[in-house]
Write a protein that binds this ligand. Structure first.
Ligand SMILES: [Zn+2]
Length: 380
């Protein structure tokens, strides 16, 4: 399979090089070809067990979703987002929909919190599994009120493997005294999370708006934790896509290889020329298109179709960052639910000209390449 994949990737890379004529993309693509085979001993660490990457090849993997957030988290999120927009937007900017998700955020009712309802979430996971999802990453950690035992129970009841993450989210959600914490204290705190539960990723690690001093400190600490654990890293960029390049700079400076990183929420950064997205791809990282499946798709699909046409499928990662009660099957049977990346977004890209092979690679291979790691810390 690795051979075949390399050959396919080679074709698209040649096309990309021909189109763009850049030496930088050739260098980045070489790194991708070497990554096509999983390193010996690599696993995908879920809450139930460590999987060999090939064991999860039969389903699509979603690298950034939310299945557990504390009561009130989304209320706080929406308030902070509104305050940030009011404080930073240029005069005369038209109002934009609130909410973390282009799909369902506008005016999303934050209560009741479906992310603490075990029966409901076990059902939603079972539906996603039936609709083709083979593995799903929860992007929360303690500062977001993520409950690992809740995740473990809904995974057991639905049979859908769930990867739990570790880290700190963004400035508004940090411990209030984080400014007084040393970088090493943050490293120790994250290592405590990694040791407390089977952890398969560091994420979502974010900058809320322009990256703050404390956020830079957390990113440096996350880079150190990566070197201690070998865990992959996925990020949250502010509104819209701010600080994306700086996030990658800090992680690279901390010794993280870009191919181990997804810079997230770059579908929100609507730019027909995809300047920032391509800059990140040229450096070898993944670009997260991870808030789709809704109204914003009209803008996102042409952008992503163009990146695929340019030969960048190996560097794209899709997910939906689901957090709105309007997006779940129980409340809205017409919606795609947790599988909407696969059942709603991917068909739109196919209609826009993306090939079956490229879309399969993005949904089935890229997230497994990203998540597979050779552990330095034993499962707990
Ligand atoms: Zn998220």
């Amino acid at each position: 399979m690795g051979q075949q994949k390399s050959a396919r990737a080679g074709l698209s890379r040649r096309d990309a090089i021909g189109m763009l004529g850049g030496a930088a993309i050739a260098a980045a693509s070489t790194a991708t070809a070497a990554e096509a085979d999983f390193p010996p001993g690599a696993v995908i660490r879920t809450l139930s067990k460590d999987y060999a990457p090939a064991e999860l090849a039969g389903g699509a993997t979603l690298f950034h979703e939310h299945m557990s957030l504390r009561d009130g988290f989304m209320v706080d999120w929406l308030r902070h987002a509104a305050e940030t927009r009011a404080a930073t937007q240029a005069p005369g900017t038209p109002p934009r929909p609130a909410g973390p998700n282009g799909g369902g955020g506008a005016g999303a009712a934050p209560a009741p919190n479906f992310l603490i309802d075990e029966d409901l979430m076990a059902d939603e996971m079972a539906i996603a599994r039936r609709e083709g999802i083979g593995c799903i990453v929860d992007a929360g950690h303690p500062d977001m009120g993520r409950d690992v035992s809740f995740l473990r129970r809904i995974s057991q009841r639905s049979g859908l493997p769930i990867v739990a993450s570790a880290g700190f989210y963004t400035q508004p959600f940090y411990p209030p005294d984080i400014a007084t914490w040393s970088e090493d204290r943050i490293v120790d705190a994250i290592m405590g999370q990694v040791r407390a539960n089977p952890t398969g990723a560091l994420g979502e690690i974010g900058s809320w708006d322009y990256i703050s001093k404390d956020e830079r400190k957390v990113f440096r600490a996350v880079g150190k934790v990566h070197r201690l654990t070998n865990l992959p890293i996925f990020t949250h960029t502010g509104i819209p896509g701010k600080s994306a390049l700086e996030q990658l700079d800090i992680l690279e400076d901390a010794g993280v290889a870009p191919r181990r990183v997804v810079i997230g929420h770059l579908g929100n950064l609507v730019d027909p020329n995809t300047e920032i997205q391509r800059a990140i791809i040229r450096r070898g990282a993944f670009v997260g298109i991870d808030r789709q499946g809704g109204a914003q798709d009209a803008q996102v699909v042409p952008m992503v179709a163009s990146l695929i046409a340019q030969g960048y499928a190996d560097h794209l990662m899709f997910s939906s960052d689901l957090s709105s009660p309007r997006e779940i099957k129980r409340n809205n049977p017409q919606t795609g639910g947790y599988a909407k990346t696969l059942t709603v977004f991917v068909p739109k890209l196919k209609a826009a000209g993306a090939s079956e092979a490229d879309l399969h690679r993005i949904m089935y291979d890229n997230p497994r390449r990203f998540l597979a790691f050779v552990p330095k810390i034993k499962r707990t």
